[in-house]
Design a protein around this ligand. Structure first.
Ligand code: ADP
Ligand code: MG
Length: 504
């Protein structure tokens, strides 16, 4: 079971209309490209950056008489993902043809799984911005082929077709309508992305289109969602619109906001929302109709006669289960238990596997909270500025460990530590080497600090007198002493000595 029960929570994002408040409800269909060297039904390579039509087999090009051969690795990836989503693995599934014509689909149909998907119901625990958890039900996960790409902007008179992507394996992860604010929808996609990246089943690179979402949005009067959860009856929810192919976290939130407001306008004007597919236009900041349900395609789904139903053996599934890595939720709990970290710190660390690994490599035997701070603040900011992730960090974890050790030993103050960090980042050597080479050792000699304190008090008798009335004015003195000692005085000693000398 999960930490919290979402069925009884209060609506997280009410929208005030002219006629009262509305709630938003969302369900997402996430398309995740399976991490695989070859396509779902052909041996053609999958890779970003190849020249046009360099990764196309006769199967992908839809040549007559070509037969699909199922890629076992892609099946394994789908099962691994299902297990990571704590979902039902269906030992028997089936591939269906979804028939439609489009120039990027030479086969004339997409092979998908409509009736019997490989993965059934599951559950994802997501952390909200305020640190509480909510649960999103997963309806299903199925395998399907991606289409090719049409390129319209290379020539003023012609369109080009690049089939490199045609036949690439996708996992479509369909959620239940369990999200109730744009923030929840974004947090859910982030969580799914993190889980897939941990599992190694999808690169999760949204810029390359490896992960994209169709967002279903509806609005209803307050209380509708709770009734839906209590009864399972969808009629308590409003009519949904589906916004296709949103490929960034920012656009997901924006699209939902625009779409919800559009639907509320219609309802408040006495109209009704048409169930339709829409596109989000980020430049115009609006969603536009693509096709309505009435004109929806009739895909004439039927089981693909070229492919046998897929039967999985329990032992094979169990093997995959045994090989699963530690997943984000488990890692979060373990970091909290083993290192005494707060939930917040643990959540920030586990958002990327490499970040959590880096932390653990640096934290052994050190003050974990301090290590976590350096990893998630200073280092994260530097890496982000250089567009690097933690696995590419030019600064080894041992250097962060050494920096924290110097702090723990009282050799440097936290102020000096920032300076040391800059020099280490610039490649001047390890923290200890920098401290020695640059003479950045903290002044712990109380005699030297006392001398500085005496001089400053003597030079500022009026301020010294005022401190008795306003004890917080001691901060000014601390600043002066630090300045006089080149930032090297031990701040704790400075405070102690100042308090004694100023009679506080
Ligand atoms: P379709 O095949 O027509 O896209 P699905 O049953 O696959 O229909 O549902 C698509 C998505 O729509 C799912 O993620 C589901 O949670 C979501 N959904 C269904 N009803 C609603 C609703 N009233 N409001 C918001 N989302 C909904
Ligand atoms: Mg759908």
């Amino acid at each position: 079971m999960t930490d919290t029960d979402t069925t009884a929570t209060t609506p997280t994002n009410l929208i005030q209309g002219r006629t009262g408040a509305w709630e938003i409800v969302m369900g997402l269909e996430i398309h995740a490209q399976v991490a695989s060297k070859a396509k779902l039904f052909s041996g053609a390579a999958v890779g970003f950056g190849a020249g046009p039509n360099e990764q196309v087999s006769l199967v992908d090009a839809g040549f007559p008489g070509m037969l699909p051969t199922l890629n076992g690795h892609c099946v394994e990836q789908a099962v691994r993902t299902g297990l990571g989503l704590k979902a039902q693995i269906n030992k028997r599934s089936q591939f269906d043809r979804k028939n439609y014509f489009y120039p990027d689909l030479p086969q004339g149909y997409q092979i998908s799984q409509l009736y019997f998907p490989i993965v059934g119901e599951g559950e994802v625990e997501v952390e909200a911005e305020d640190g509480t958890f909510f649960t999103v039900g997963v309806e299903r996960l199925h395998l399907e082929q991606d289409a090719g790409k049409l390129i319209h902007d290379l020539s003023p008179t012609e369109s080009y077709v690049d089939l490199n992507r045609a036949g690439t394996a996708l996992m479509e992860i369909v959620s239940k309508p369990h999200m109730r604010s744009p923030e929840e929808a974004v947090a859910y996609v982030k969580k799914i992305r993190t889980i897939l990246v941990y599992l190694g089943t999808c690169d999760g690179d949204m810029e390359k289109g490896n992960l994209r979402a169709d967002v279903n949005v509806s609005v209803c009067r307050v209380g509708g969602y709770e009734q839906f959860r209590a009864t399972g009856d969808f009629s308590h929810l409003g009519t949904r619109c589906e916004i296709k192919n949103v490929n960034s976290f920012r656009f997901i939130a924006q699209a939902i906001n625009h779409e919800a407001r559009r639907q509320i306008e219609i309802l408040e004007d006495g109209g009704k929302v048409d169930q339709e597919t829409r596109l989000y236009d980020p430049t115009a900041g609006e969603t536009r109709s693509m096709r309505s349900k009435e004109e929806a395609n009739d895909y004439r789904y039927f089981p693909d006669p070229d492919l046998l139903p897929l039967e999985l053996e329990q032992a094979w599934i169990d093997n995959i289960r045994a090989s699963l890595p530690e997943l984000p939720d488990e890692k979060r709990k373990r970091l909290m238990a083993d290192y005494g970290l707060s939930q917040y710190d643990a959540v920030v660390l586990i958002s990327e596997q490499a970040k959590a690994d880096y932390f653990e490599a640096a934290a052994k035997g050190r003050d974990a909270k301090l290590v976590s701070n350096w990893v998630t603040n200073e280092l994260s900011a530097r890496l982000a500025a250089d567009n690097l992730d933690f696995s590419q960090s030019p600064l080894p974890a041992a250097h962060v460990a050494e920096l924290v050790a110097l702090l723990e030993e009282g050799v440097i103050s936290s102020k000096i530590a920032k300076e040391v960090f800059d020099h280490v980042w610039a490649g001047e050597g390890s923290p200890r080497q920098v401290v020695e080479a640059r003479g950045l050792v903290q002044v712990n000699d109380t005699g030297a600090i006392e001398k500085a304190v005496d001089e400053i008090i003597a030079a500022n008798p009026d301020k010294a007198a005022a401190v008795a009335e306003k004890p917080q004015a001691i901060g000014w003195f601390v600043g002066q002493v630090m300045k006089a000692t080149g930032g090297k005085a031990n701040p704790a000693s400075v405070n102690d000595i100042l308090k004694a000398k100023l009679g506080l």
